[in-house]
Design a protein around this ligand. Structure first.
Ligand code: NAD
Length: 179
């Protein structure tokens, strides 16, 4: 009998946003497989080798980009270019792999992952200014991104592919000029 349990593969699942995604999907009843740190193992797993399985199960891919694909501060060329590449890779893959596989990406803004970085139990609180500069009134959490991943891989998102979904508390929509 074919299993109907949904399976998610999360790369970089030991810490930060990836860990949030693992915990969220596991709590929602997904069977979650994740890899981390071991780059060789990661390369064996990350999109290429998952495609045959995803095609068979009509699965979905969610890549992690960044608002750095859309806006910059000085000396961030490599990161910005990489994240811009992920946005472009996402729509290219969506066109190549559709209709059986949907491919989207998320561009997180400032996501506070410090609680899950390991090491010290003491995490310095963010300031009111840190939170209040966001139109949404707060810095993001891994759970914010995990919930969005859960939506994008769900049947409810079956008409959404090739998109870059920004989850940044509204920061890229805020006009900032020094007075
Ligand atoms: N935290 C933020 O504010 C933020 C904002 C925008 C985008 N992002 C993006 O979200 C993603 C996760 O960020 P984070 O803040 O959770 O980072 P993090 O450093 O807290 O966690 C990343 C995890 O990925 C693992 N990892 C690194 N290379 C790997 C590989 N080749 N194979 C498998 N695992 C690997 C690390 O060991 C670590 O556990 C990154 O792509 C980052 O660019 C984060």
């Amino acid at each position: 009998m074919e299993s109907t349990q949904r399976v998610a593969l999360v790369t970089g699942g030991a810490k930060g946003i990836g860990r949030g995604i693992v915990l969220h999907l596991a709590a929602a009843g997904w069977k979650v497989v994740f890899c981390d740190t071991d780059q060789a193992a990661g390369e064996q797993l990350v999109t290429k080798h998952a495609v045959p399985h995803l095609r068979h199960t009509r699965g979905a891919i969610v890549n992690m980009a960044s608002t750095r694909a859309l806006q910059s501060e000085p000396d961030t060329e490599a990161y910005a270019a990489t994240k811009g590449g992920i946005v472009a890779l996402t729509h290219a893959l969506a066109v190549s792999l559709g209709p059986n596989i949907r491919v989207n990406c998320i561009s997180p803004g400032w996501i506070d992952t410090r609680a899950w970085q390991g090491g010290s139990d003491e995490v310095e609180a963010l300031s009111q200014a840190d939170h209040h500069q966001h139109p949404a009134g707060r810095v993001g959490t891994p759970e914010d991104i995990a919930a969005l991943v859960a939506y994008l891989i769900s049947p409810q998102a079956s008409f959404i592919t090739g998109q870059n979904v920004v989850a940044d508390g509204g920061m890229v929509r805020k006009m900032i000029y020094e007075e």
